[in-house]
Design a protein around this ligand. Structure first.
Ligand SMILES: *[C@@H]1O[C@H](CO)[C@@H](O)[C@H](O)[C@H]1NC(C)=O
Ligand SMILES: *[C@@H]1O[C@H](CO)[C@@H](O)[C@H](O)[C@H]1NC(C)=O
Ligand SMILES: *[C@@H]1O[C@H](CO)[C@@H](O)[C@H](O)[C@H]1NC(C)=O
Length: 407
């Protein structure tokens, strides 16, 4: 009896010891990984930050000016039509593997105006993605996506770069930024107020109607998607308006691809790209140079708006598009440097991209951003300042690469 008891005590002790050792080992490994990641990315980041003052001086000069910018002129001029069908047809004709809209078209402003004002003739749930979206059909048979405003514009999102819900302002600003950067790879988007009661309910599909309900004197909607639930709806404001981003739905056969720089979405667990300085070599073996240059363009775009959530990306006939930009502009005080990993790991950039980026030096980028119609309705000045600041980060990263390629 006594011996048996001792035996089981020893057994228990051994089991506990094994558990203790594996748990400590596990935590040690996490800590190790983390410090490894930190030291590698920190080192690059420190080098780049050290370059910033000199870079600011170097790129303080204007080499071009905004008064002649066709894109900014085109988005500001519009005529209203009673029948928008010919306009939608034209917008369709713009779409190709190199552009989702024509930034040089004088009809661009008309398309934005029509998105903002055209009568909604059908409203449905858009089940693509994980967040609440409506799929609207506008007069003239054009589909558009509506992403509602969830937060006050000045709300700062803390936590991981992919945290929080969609920011409708990020979606809209991304469109304008794409035009300014001469990368018309996002869908045209603008602000729009809708009334759930007057614009949506009369033309809603059954499945959408089921998710609309009255709350006090207004209507709310929760839709159907991964994160949609009745306890978490969006509601009209006291003037019975629901503000949001309306985005032209591009009817093309996009392919969905997993990003080689995808995050793990788990704290303490790192992806290969986060721990391997030579990660670009692995990607180079798998994709063409054109695709790699596209992904680097995308990383610069995402870094500027701080979209760290492009875990998948769309291509059209093999070219990378920049759809779904709602996760940008979370925190203007934070610069998530690792979004630029494709650039500082591969150290290549398209000549045309670099040329355009340098044309925006000397404060021109900010000047152009500020001149976007009503821009401060949906983003704060702090975010515009942050985008301008990050442009110099990009210049410094390219400078870092020049130094690195020399040795
Ligand atoms: C912008 O360009 C126009 C035309 O070339 C020129 O007249 C004007 O002085 C320029 N403005 C600035 C601020 O460089
Ligand atoms: C939307 O409606 C609100 C009032 O509810 C108004 O303050 C705002 O300017 C409107 N925005 C647009 C883009 O029409
Ligand atoms: C999308 O394009 C296809 C092929 O051109 C067409 O058959 C379909 O009706 C279009 N859908 C919408 C909603 O426009």
């Amino acid at each position: 009896m006594f011996i048996k008891k001792r035996k089981s005590l020893i057994l228990l002790f051994i089991v506990l010891l094994i558990i203790f050792i594996s748990v400590s080992f596990y935590f040690l490994q996490i800590l190790n990984d983390e410090s490894e990641v930190r030291s590698y990315v920190r080192k690059i980041e420190d080098e780049i930050i050290r370059k910033l003052p000199a870079i600011r001086k170097k790129y303080a000069k204007r080499i071009s000016n905004s008064s002649l910018d066709a894109f900014l002129t085109n988005i500001k001029t519009f005529t209203a039509f009673t029948n928008n069908e010919p306009l939608w047809e034209e917008a369709k004709s713009w779409v190709s593997k190199t552009q989702l809209y024509d930034y040089a078209s004088s009809d661009l402003g008309n398309v934005l105006h029509a998105l903002k004002t055209a009568r909604i003739i059908k409203a449905d749930i858009d089940t693509r993605g994980t967040q609440l979206k409506l799929l609207l059909t506008l007069q003239g048979q054009q589909q558009a996506i509506f992403k509602p405003k969830w937060y006050p514009v000045e709300k700062i999102i803390n936590g991981p770069v992919y945290g929080g819900k969609d920011r409708y302002g990020s979606e809209i600003l991304a469109f304008y930024l794409s035009g300014i950067l001469r990368k018309p790879l996002t869908a045209p988007s603008t602000e729009r107020n809708i009334s759930l009661k007057d614009d949506i309910v009369p033309v809603a599909t059954k499945r959408l109607l089921k998710t609309i309900f009255d709350y006090k004197s207004v209507k709310c909607v929760y839709g159907r998607c991964f994160y949609c639930k009745k306890e978490d709806p969006v509601c009209e404001d006291e003037t019975k308006n629901l503000l949001g981003a309306i985005i032209l739905n591009i009817n093309a056969s996009f392919q969905n691809n997993r990003s080689p720089w995808q995050r793990t979405y788990r704290t303490g667990k790192f992806a290969q790209w986060e721990v391997r300085e030579d990660y670009c070599g692995i990607v180079r073996d798998k994709v063409t140079t054109d695709r790699l240059l596209d992904l680097i363009d995308a990383s610069i775009f995402d870094f500027l708006i701080q979209n760290g959530d492009r875990h998948h990306y769309e291509t059209l006939d093999g070219n990378v598009m920049l759809l779904d930009n709602g996760k940008g502009l979370g925190n203007p005080y934070v610069h998530h440097f690792d979004i630029l990993a494709p650039l500082y790991q591969c150290c290549i950039i398209r000549t045309s991209t670099w040329k355009r980026l340098t044309e925006l030096s000397g404060g021109l980028l900010k000047e152009m951003l500020v001149s976007i119609p009503n821009v401060l309705n949906y983003v704060t000045q702090l975010h515009l300042d942050a985008i301008e600041h990050r442009l110099y980060f990009v210049y410094a990263t390219v400078e870092f690469c020049r130094d690195k390629n020399k040795v």
